[in-house]
Design a protein around this ligand. Structure first.
Ligand code: 0X9
Ligand code: ZN
Length: 335
């Protein structure tokens, strides 16, 4: 079970309901909001803002952003983000160190960025009428407009091409867009899209980051137990901030036992999330690749705490991702 007590993976409606419920139950601490653009298929993207002084957004507090599920099949990334939001609220109520950190920072959580892709993947529980490969293991979003005309009809999940169609949201940001490690082919799982920010998912994140002073951003993916920092492509030199950027990544990795490295050392990518957010705004951004061996443990296994990151399994005795995130918060609260 997860720290919240959940034992099965959330559906999209669970995320939306829980977000609204958390805000309703904690009106002075939590605000639920809808990001500006609905998805290609018309779904809302929901975010949470957790801070004291919700009605004073320009109070100058450092802003921490945690996002999940750019990639449809990476369900634990959404669980991890939602559990983090619950953790902040519970920690605030419990008082002590977490309360102090929450009081000094503004925390934004978007559990599911790619709502269409996630829905297709998550709702593909084995029903015997379609294959896991084509649905459950979808990665991209549901932009069908960039595929050939004969594939543009119907929703993205309507036939096995549902897996093939779409843009990779983690290749669609403007940072080094069009370079190495992303595909110009619509059917590739790393299709970069027709241009930077051609997708509502990435435009929503652009809005989120551009409308406030984001100090730290963590975008959650699965898997490989990594803490990744910029640059995502070997051809780009490390930034001037590299020593402190590395120190923060290493510090978080010392909590969760992951490997801390620049992300190009995994493989080249361009158009990825923090390569835009860092180089555009100067706020630190990290990709966490959570979990050891799979995008998500199967339905039958249920949601596994290690993959939701906030259980002590990963980094036992060192606080795990929970402490890594609190370290990030502390870095923002007391720079
Ligand atoms: O390829 C990705 O987008 C990320 N891995 S995943 O398996 N979740 O798809 C890694 C992106 C990290 N950036 C670089 N490796 N440059
Ligand atoms: Zn991913």
């Amino acid at each position: 079970a997860l720290p919240s007590g959940r034992t099965s993976y959330r559906h999209l409606y669970d995320y939306q309901f829980e977000a609204k419920e958390l805000a309703r139950a904690n009106p002075r601490l939590v605000r639920a909001f809808t990001l500006p653009e609905p998805s290609w298929e018309g779904r809302d993207v929901v975010g949470l803002e957790i801070a004291t002084g919700l009605d004073a957004p320009n109070d100058g507090k450092a802003v921490n952003v945690v996002m999940g599920v750019h990639h449809a099949r990476e369900w634990p990334a959404g669980e991890h983000a939602m559990e983090w939001a619950v953790e902040l609220v519970n920690g605030y109520k419990a008082g002590g160190a977490t309360k102090a950190l929450v009081g000094k920072t503004r925390n934004i959580v978007v559990p599911v960025v790619n709502v269409d892709g996630f829905s297709i993947s998550r709702e593909a529980e084995p029903k015997g009428d379609f294959s896991r490969f084509d649905y459950e293991m979808k990665r991209k979003n549901c932009n069908v407009n960039d595929s050939p005309a004969q594939f543009r009809t119907g929703v993205c999940a309507a036939n096995p091409a549902g897996r093939t169609r779409g843009t990779d949201p983690n290749r669609n940001y403007a940072g080094f867009w069009g370079g190495a490690g992303a595909s110009a082919n619509w059917s590739s799982d790393t299709f970069r899209g027709s241009g930077p920010f051609s997708e509502p998912e990435t435009r929503n994140v652009r809005w989120l980051v551009s409308t406030r002073q984001v100090t730290n951003l963590i975008t959650l993916h699965t898997y490989s137990n990594l803490v990744l920092r910029v640059p995502g492509v070997a051809a780009v030199r490390p930034p001037l901030d590299e020593p402190v950027y590395k120190a923060l990544g290493d510090r978080m990795a010392s909590r969760n036992g992951y490997t801390s490295q620049p992300s190009w050392a995994l493989y080249d990518t361009t158009g990825s999330t923090e390569d835009w957010s860092y180089f555009a705004t100067g706020g630190f951004g990290f990709t966490f690749e959570i979990g050891s061996t799979e995008f998500h443990p199967p339905f039958e296994t249920g949601v596994v705490a290690e993959y939701a990151g906030l259980a002590p399994a990963a980094g036992a005795g060192k606080g795990g991702n929970r402490q890594a995130f609190l370290d990030m918060l502390g870095n923002a609260a007391d720079p």
